[in-house]
Design a protein around this ligand. Structure first.
Ligand SMILES: [Zn+2]
Ligand SMILES: [Zn+2]
Length: 156
């Protein structure tokens, strides 16, 4: 009889094989066999097999089996991004922030063109009646690395 078998590093085995349930219906038997002997079978009817497989895929994703996989663009770097597949923001070579040896963040060089572009977009939004005011512009400029000169002293 054909079967699938997996042995883990400790010698425990998982055997998956076609079988028959108590009423003779076709099932797939998932049998775990500890290296110490014995074993337990779970009989999965064919109509529930997809559920089991989909569940396993979900668990694998949660266990960190799936990663973004984006290759580092830096010269001579061959590692890939280890964050989850749908992550936002920068790529980095470990899942947890702070442990990375490398991330894909591009060094940000503020340019006049970019600053003007922020002002242009702000102006369009104001004209469109988006409810923006000058503090939004200052905030956007600061966020992008163009802080305005501090005028606190002038106000006093
Ligand atoms: Zn790198
Ligand atoms: Zn990534």
């Amino acid at each position: 009889m054909n079967h699938f078998e997996y042995t883990d590093p400790t010698g425990d085995r998982l055997v998956i094989a076609p079988d028959h349930g108590p009423n003779g219906q076709p099932v797939v038997a998932f049998t775990t066999i500890p290296h110490t002997g014995g074993g337990t079978s779970v009989l999965v009817p064919l109509e529930h097999l997809e559920e089991v497989i989909a569940g396993e895929r979900d668990m694998a994703r949660q266990a960190g089996g799936a990663t973004c996989g984006h290759t580092c663009p830096k010269p001579s770097h061959t590692h890939t991004c280890q964050r989850s597949p749908q992550h936002l923001d920068i790529h980095r070579d470990v899942k947890q922030k702070g442990n990375e040896t490398c991330n894909w963040e591009q060094p940000h060089e503020p340019t006049v063109t970019e600053a003007l572009d922020i002002i242009r977009r702000w102006y369009i939004d104001v004209n469109d009646g988006a409810g923006w005011d000058a503090s939004d512009l200052i905030h956007d400029l600061e966020k992008s690395g163009y802080p305005l000169p501090d005028d606190e002293n002038d106000e006093e």
